[in-house]
Design a protein around this ligand. Structure first.
Ligand code: IVH
Length: 688
């Protein structure tokens, strides 16, 4: 049988590769493993090597092409790239809504397309006959820079459109750097002694302005499209009367769907909302899951959905009257560094804490920020008296991201890292390749002792209600407790008379202490505060080794065989139990009545969620997403990132969006985080 001509083979391969890209990036629902994509691409590369005359600019092999450029050329946008007016609170949004409502003279609530405001850079991509011709930055709105060579490195940008696309298409969107790519980029920069980027937007901007696309390709940018610039369809013979506008949808939301149908990715959080209240609810919902989104956003954009109404409203200066950006409170602010204290943690880690002139950032007043470690102080070259940029994102501890050198005072003084523990004066030690200095005082160090007791009684550990940080500090100061086991010897007499401790609160506390004795093995292990042993590792230890004797006597090899435990964690566990003091504490806890249900070894085939596929979506409030994943996996489940007909169950956290919608459409079981936790604890081998 004659083989097909090479041109046809190449065409089919390119189409197959584009199709896989579309499934992966636009539909977020790949039907093949990544290895299949790699195989097809390799095949295309090798054929093109033999037939260089058949290489086209828009072949998937040409995403990272050619030599570095010597500069950027300019591109005049077909229609200007507009900006948006901003509001910063719901009252101002209310006023915007009123203006729109009156101008449209509607008797119904106005429908808006609500979209996350992506924190990146605006981009315009021009396609002719379905082929990517060029891509340009916004520039001054009229003329931008040609960044086609870098845009092509973004895998989700189609080099060829699909479906019923217009002959000429100018489509606008936002190029951004996903949070995980940003973290990787900065980690590598620190490792290589290079400068880091302060935030993903700066990193995206820096990457897009590279002259060498090979560098951009490594940075893993992404894009979502959010508007049409121009769209002109070919005139059809039998449809001569239909104009381009008529072939476009008459609502913004449906136009976005058209954009998506041409193979261009759009953000999957976009939703239609009717009326001002519903828009503000969307603002709240997205705000709640902002930290969980894999990319940075800095607000919400509301766009009047009807194109007819948009036309009625028109534009002012450089912004449309039919759209507004509702910004979240700024996550970065400048303030003064007044001093630095050195705190000693539960495991002896010395953390420099910046004392700041209080500043309102990320929605709260911040007066302290972490400086992490000595390397970080040196990397930032920060001095007391400097003006610094503080970042507070979500519940994450505020950080200093940079120093405003322009404002440096001549009297700004260097920060001197201590040579000995600031609390107990024991020498400090640092492991090779690690940035953290630690106090070697162990439980001689009162700070370490207090912190380890605070951890022991905390909610996820022994959960002793009413024994807060301050009270632990007082009990330690007064030498009423010296180790975690002493908590179980406290008497009413010890407590009464302490500040704010009357008979009733003393009784309540003693009851809470008593109640905490009935617990699970995993919780006791976690409560001991072994370095690097979090809730999930503690649970894995309990479920694999079943009782304390086995855990105490486990060697490195046995420990490393357990899921989630690597050589470093294994070393910490062995070292902890080699310490005679620690063994005595455990014995003492048991002799005071701390106990847990016996765990019976189970055969792998008995794992309760074996052969099931689970999906986690939305914001979880009690477990970190990775921890929830690990727990489900330890019960035998596969945890997938996308919902399909093969999904067994979807756990929907707060503000779950498109995955939840899809699960409902497919009739897949959906449960809340609470229900998942209940289910997990109902399996006898897992007590968390
Ligand atoms: S629409 C005519 N939608 O925000 C409307 N812009 O402050 C033009 N941006 O330059 C913009 N996410 O870079 C729109 N969903 C979104 C957006 C968005 C981010 C950026 C865009 C624009 C800037 C205006």
């Amino acid at each position: 049988m004659p083989s097909e001509p090479i041109e046809i083979k190449i065409k089919i391969l390119r189409q197959e590769i584009e199709e896989l890209n579309y499934q992966y990036y636009v539909l977020d629902n790949p039907s093949y493993p990544d290895s299949h994509y790699d195989k097809l691409l390799q095949e295309l590369i090798s054929i093109e090597k033999k037939h260089p005359e058949l290489i086209t600019d828009n072949s998937p092999t040409q995403r990272v092409g050619g030599q570095p450029l010597s500069g950027f050329s300019q591109i005049t946008h077909l229609t200007p790239m507009l900006s948006l007016d901003n509001v910063f609170d719901s009252d101002s949004f209310g006023k915007f809504y009123e203006r729109v409502f009156h101008k449209i003279a509607s008797d119904q609530p106005i429908t808006f397309t609500c979209e996350p405001k992506l924190d990146g850079l605006a981009i315009s991509c021009l396609y002719k006959n379905g082929n990517l011709v060029h891509a340009a930055t916004r520039g001054d709105g009229k003329i931008g820079e040609d960044v086609t060579h870098n845009i092509k490195t973004i895998q989700s940008i189609p080099l060829k459109l699909r479906g019923d696309f217009p002959e000429l298409l100018d489509v606008r969107g936002e190029v951004f750097m996903p949070k995980d790519s940003f973290e990787k980029l900065n980690k590598n920069a620190i490792k290589d002694g290079n400068k880091t980027f302060a935030n993903p937007r700066n990193a995206a901007a820096g990457s897009l302005r590279q002259l060498d696309p090979k560098i951009t390709a490594k940075r893993k940018l992404a894009v979502y499209f959010y508007a049409l610039g121009n769209a002109e369809f070919k005139k059809l013979q039998n449809d001569a009367e239909q104009t381009s506008d008529e072939r476009l949808a008459d609502s913004h939301h449906n136009r976005l769907k058209q954009i998506q149908s041409w193979g261009l990715p759009i953000c999957d959080e976009i939703e239609l909302r009717h009326g001002d209240k519903a828009c503000l609810e969307y603002f709240k919902e997205i705000g709640a899951k902002r930290e969980q989104l894999p990319y940075e956003i800095d607000g919400i954009v509301y766009k009047v959905d009807s194109i007819l109404s948009q036309d009625k409203l028109g534009f002012v200066a450089k912004a449309p009257r039919w759209a507004i950006a509702h910004k979240f409170p700024a996550q970065e602010e400048m303030t003064l560094l007044k001093g630095v204290d050195f705190q000693v943690g539960r495991t002896g880690a010395i953390t420099p804490v910046a004392r700041l002139e209080p500043v309102f950032v990320g929605g709260v007043m911040v007066s302290n920020a972490t400086l992490h470690n000595k390397d970080e102080i040196e990397r930032l070259d920060v001095r007391v008296g400097d003006h610094v940029v503080i970042r507070r994102a979500g519940d994450v501890i505020p950080q200093i991201v940079s120093v405003v050198l322009d404002k440096r005072d001549v009297n700004a003084s260097s920060i001197i890292f201590p040579k000995v523990c600031p609390i107990c004066q024991s020498p400090l030690e640092k492991e090779i390749d690690q940035a953290i200095y630690r106090c070697t005082g162990g439980l001689i160090c009162s700070a370490q002792k207090t912190q380890s007791i605070i951890h022991f009684v905390s909610r996820k550990a022994m959960n002793i209600d009413g024994l807060g940080d301050k009270l632990v500090e007082v009990l330690c100061d007064k030498q009423l407790i010296n180790s975690v086991a002493d908590i179980y010897q406290l008497s009413k007499d010890d407590l009464i008379g302490l500040e704010r401790m009357a008979e009733k609160s003393a009784n309540n506390l003693l009851q809470a202490i008593e109640k905490s004795k009935q617990t699970s093995l995993a919780k006791v292990i976690y409560a001991l505060g072994i370095r690097e042993v979090g809730e999930v590792t503690a649970m894995n230890l309990a479920n694999n080794l079943f009782d304390f004797k086995n855990i105490i006597n486990a060697n490195l090899e046995e420990l490393e065989n357990i899921e989630d435990i690597g050589p470093i964690v294994a070393k910490h566990i062995v070292a902890f139990f080699e310490n005679e003091n620690n063994r005595q504490v455990i014995e003492s806890l048991i002799s005071h009545g701390v106990s847990w249900p016996e765990i019976k070894p189970k055969d792998k085939s008995e794992l309760p969620l074996l052969n099931q596929t689970w999906v986690l979506t939305g914001a979880l409030s009690q477990l970190k997403r990775n921890d929830a994943k690990a727990v489900l996996q330890s019960l035998g489940a596969k945890v997938s990132g996308s919902v399909s007909k093969n999904t067994t169950c979807v756990v929907a956290g707060e503000s779950a969006g498109s995955k939840l919608k899809k699960a409902i459409e497919l009739g897949i079981e959906v449960i809340s985080e609470e229900e998942m936790l209940k289910l997990i604890s109902s399996f006898q081998i897992v007590k968390i």
